[in-house]
Design a protein around this ligand. Structure first.
Ligand code: FA5
Length: 348
């Protein structure tokens, strides 16, 4: 038997078989057929036993070398198939950059967030720091240190959601005043605003909500007067509503300020003539203010014979309603995108 001739014939047959193979699975079959255990090439080894001993090594080497060549041919075909497969895949995955992409609707900051940012900008421009406090507050900071001891009748002005006997959802942002004065230890002037969410057991109607936003302001210094407070509030009203809107200061009562005021702005719906939104008064209340009560200064570590202060707390929703002629506070909370998207653009 001429082993070289047989191997050559097998090699020709292998090359022909490989030429027609396009898939890895088919290549496996060809591999089994030509170099597998039962392949003709492997079966040639059986002739070894019929050969004289001195010819056996050369015979074995010839077959092993043939096996290596066959393997290399099969391997080369595998690489060609895989390369073709990858090329096809890439061709199919080609991205057409001229195709229009999916359209995403851009969101917009909520109007209350925008108004708050506008107020923060105004006050930061006047040298105020922005301070924040927790929404779950102690009775001590929400009421007691603000000159509202337990059982004080004025607590009824702010009907509260209590969580325990001594903790509640804060009813106003005024406790942040107290927190800041305590933090400063009565040792330095204070000039802050405190934006945040507050909660009251108020019945929801066009101008009241059980959850709303306030921005508190507090200035404590050695020379602080009522005219500083008036000037500051006038600057706020003009900045937020323009020169044309009128404001009025009404004497009022807050236990933590003396004297106290409520500040009203002419109603945007009726321009001051009276309508259902302003309950026929022509005005809408936007904030409470006053000179900080001596008891409050003292309770937070400030010497009231040396320091005076003024404070105010404004309702953000009421300001937004006046500025944009919104007739119902509930629009802010129902997440109707038709409402929200009207306030796209501008400052965020
Ligand atoms: C206060 O909350 C005082 N802490 C404000 C203050 C601070 C006075 C510092 C003096 C010194 P009042 O309860 O009036 O005050 O609320 C302030 C503002 O929050 C109101 O003028 C109004 O604009 C808004 N507001 C009050 N209750 C509601 C409500 N239920 N829904 C929406 N806005 C409200």
């Amino acid at each position: 038997m001429d082993v070289n001739k047989t191997i050559k014939e097998l090699e020709v047959a292998l090359k022909e078989a490989l030429d027609g193979v396009e898939k890895i699975e088919a290549l496996q079959d060809v591999k089994a057929q030509f170099i597998g255990k039962k392949a003709d090439l492997s079966l040639l080894m059986r002739h070894m036993k019929d050969l004289p001993n001195e010819e056996k090594p050369a015979f074995g080497q010839t077959i092993n070398e043939a096996k290596q060549r066959f393997s290399a041919l099969i391997e080369a075909r595998r690489e060609t198939i895989l390369a073709k497969k990858m090329a096809n895949k890439l061709k199919k995955e080609t991205i057409d950059v001229t195709l229009p992409g999916p359209s995403y609707t851009l969101g917009t900051p909520h109007l209350l967030r925008k108004i708050t940012a506008e107020i923060e900008d105004l006050f930061m421009g006047m040298g105020y720091l922005v301070k924040e406090g927790p929404e779950i507050e102690s009775d001590e900071l929400n009421f007691e240190k603000l000159n509202l001891p337990k059982e004080h009748p004025a607590r009824d002005m702010q009907d509260s959601f209590y969580l325990t006997e001594d903790t509640l959802l804060r009813t106003h942002t005024s406790p942040v005043q107290v927190r800041t004065m305590l933090e400063y230890g009565g040792a330095k002037p204070v000039k802050i605003i405190c934006p945040g969410v507050v909660y009251r057991r108020d019945d929801d109607d066009a101008t009241h909500s059980h959850q709303f936003m306030q921005v508190e302001g507090l200035v404590v210094d050695e020379k602080t007067s009522l005219s500083d407070l008036k000037g500051t509030l006038l600057a706020v009203a003009k900045h937020m509503f323009g020169e044309d809107r009128k404001i009025r200061l009404r004497p009022s009562y807050f236990p933590f300020t003396e004297p106290s005021f409520e500040v009203d702005v002419t109603c945007s719906q009726c321009d001051g003539d009276g309508c259902s939104m302003c309950k026929q008064t022509g005005y809408i209340e936007i904030l409470g203010a006053g000179m900080v009560h001596n008891n409050v200064l003292e309770a937070s570590g400030y010497d009231s014979s040396r320091y005076q202060g003024f404070a105010f707390g404004m309702g953000v929703e009421r300001i937004a309603m006046l500025k944009y002629g919104i007739d119902d506070i509930r629009h802010f909370y129902v997440n109707d995108l038709r409402f929200n998207h009207q306030f796209k653009g501008g400052k965020s």
